[in-house]
Design a protein around this ligand. Structure first.
Ligand code: HEC
Ligand code: HEC
Length: 472
């Protein structure tokens, strides 16, 4: 009996022990889980706090367009944007270098204008004599009223009084209402981009009347473009619908520019990037790694010093010792901002905006780099990058223009010493990865596929550059 009791007691005790241990274990596990959860929550709250402070310090806040889009202007603008009738030889449209399939740029280091054939990387020179001096910019968010500069050298600039400094000086019509409209007046002046050379014949073999004017005859060239367009009845209808208040069909280049701006502003502005959603208050729109990248961007890596504000650019000009490519702006050289303001801060270029940047390589004012990683390495040690640069990955016609003669190198180094911007702090490869992940969060899902924007035809009946020309 006794031994029986003893065994039962022992068994019960064992059971009890087991129960006690199990309960204890459960408590420990759940407590750790709760604690872990708290730290994680705490961590992401800390992250959001840190980021919020950095954003306030860099004036980054969401800026949503408020004006109502005017459909008729947009329809006219779209027709103009895709129509090669705007170019002297009737072979190039705005879309040739700012194509929806190529995320509003052309995926080339330097563009090929009139005389070229094809689209994007597979575009070839044929009758073109040289590439453009600069990389084709994207067109995202260019309708924002925060813009006060256009082009890599800011040669078109809105002054505090609301008027413009531009290569056309006093010829720029007073009625031009915004900087994007003012920009649209210049591609049609440029011989390499759209106008062609004296004596050229267009694709029908007819004389190119736009090319006969001198480069400084802006008003005559603008009038000649309008004469062309208004000879096409469908354009007269489109202009009438867009500007019903204009009497006796007195349409001018001002209406042309206004419609192109309305189209670009409306069509290529998006607010659906994870970054936009985060700025609008959805703290879960960014992953933890993207937030780490953002904190680096505006914090330790100091990218936000120049890539600041809603557009991620301060629209200022910096000398970053980017390798020299392209036919140059004057003779063989491209001195950047100098060509606009004559200040001898050679080789300074405008801080580019970074929205959708993951989609719009090659990068820099001349497309010297193909990856974001190379761009960040360059920012960390510009002179080293400049000295090490090999143009081997570039399109043939761009590679040939790579300039590293002693005169150029001397000028580049001297002016960097005087005006160069401070190097980006040294970053680890992991930190660079995080920055790149953050740059990816600036991509709008809506910007990824813009194929639906390509029209089937345009009022002139000229061919529309379509996806068939893109070879990936
Ligand atoms: C042959 C290629 C080509 C064609 C055609 C072309 N562009 Fe461009 N575009 C460029 C290049 C290259 C730049 C940068 C030039 C510079 O900064 O000096 C540019 C710059 C711009 C910019 C300035 C954006 C900014 O951030 O500063 C806008 C806007 C623009 N183009 C719109 C247009 C429109 C509208 C048309 C048609 C009327 C057009 N482009 C035709 C190549 C082209
Ligand atoms: C001193 C101002 C400044 C700082 C700081 C700066 N940038 Fe830039 N960034 C520029 C300028 C100016 C260019 C264009 C240079 C050129 O083409 O000559 C540029 C170009 C770029 C480009 C290429 C974009 C394009 O469309 O071609 C990217 C991407 C970029 N920067 C990201 C960064 C990142 C990431 C950091 C931080 C690690 C950073 N930048 C720090 C001024 C700056």
């Amino acid at each position: 009996m006794r031994s029986h009791h003893f065994v039962r007691l022992m068994r019960n005790l064992g059971l009890l022990n087991l129960v006690v241990s199990l309960t204890y274990l459960c408590c420990v596990i759940s407590l750790s889980l709760v604690l872990l959860g708290c730290t994680q929550n705490r961590r992401s709250l800390d992250q959001d706090d840190t980021l919020q402070q950095l954003l306030n310090a860099h004036d980054v806040e969401i800026s949503v367009k408020t004006s109502d889009p005017d459909e008729n202007k947009i329809v006219l603008g779209a027709a103009l944007f895709f129509d090669s009738e705007l170019s002297g030889n009737r072979d190039v449209s705005c879309a040739t270098c700012h194509h929806p399939l190529l995320h509003t740029a052309d995926q080339r280091s330097l563009s090929i204008g009139t005389g070229g054939i094809g689209l994007g990387e597979s575009r070839v020179m044929i009758g073109a004599t040289e590439t453009t001096p600069r990389n084709s910019t994207d067109l995202f968010q260019r309708g924002s009223d925060q813009w006060h500069t256009m082009f890599w050298d800011g040669r078109l600039e809105m002054r505090p009084d609301g008027r413009f400094n531009s290569p056309a000086d006093d010829e720029l019509p007073d009625e031009i209402s915004n900087i994007l409209a003012a920009q649209a007046l210049f591609p049609i002046i440029s011989r390499t981009e759209m106008r062609g050379e004296k004596g050229d014949r267009d694709i029908h073999g007819q004389p190119n009347e736009l090319a006969q004017y001198e480069d400084w005859q802006h008003t005559q060239i603008w009038q000649a473009v309008m004469d062309r367009l208004l000879a096409i009845p469908e354009y007269v209808d489109l202009f009438r619908a867009a500007y019903p208040e204009v009497e006796k069909d007195a349409f001018s280049i001002v209406h042309f520019a206004d419609a192109l701006a309305a189209y670009q502003a409306d069509t290529y502005t998006f607010y659906d990037a994870p970054w936009d959603l985060y700025l609008a208050g959805d703290l879960s729109a960014l992953t933890e790694i993207e937030k780490e990248g953002a904190i680096l961007f505006f914090g330790k890596a100091a990218c936000g010093q120049c890539h600041s504000g809603y557009l991620l650019t301060d629209q200022e000009f910096y000398h970053l010792a980017v390798p020299h490519l392209g036919p140059g702006k004057v003779r063989d050289y491209d001195f950047g901002r100098y060509h606009a303001d004559q200040d001898p801060d050679y080789f300074a270029f405008r801080t580019p905006p970074l929205r959708n940047v993951a989609l719009t390589g090659p990068y820099m004012h001349n497309g010297a780099y193909h990856t974001l990683e190379e761009v960040i390495w360059h920012h960390m040690s510009p002179l080293e990058s400049f000295a090490r640069y090999q143009p081997t990955h570039l399109e043939e016609e761009v590679r040939q223009t790579y300039l590293a003669d002693p005169y150029l190198v001397g000028l580049m180094l001297d002016s960097y010493e005087m005006h160069g911007s401070a190097d980006t702090p040294s970053l680890t490869p992991e930190e660079i990865d995080r920055l790149i992940v953050f740059l990816g969060a600036l991509t709008s899902p809506a910007a990824q596929d813009l194929a639906h924007l390509i029209p089937a035809d345009v009022p002139s009946g000229l061919p529309v550059v379509s996806g068939r020309d893109v070879q990936k």
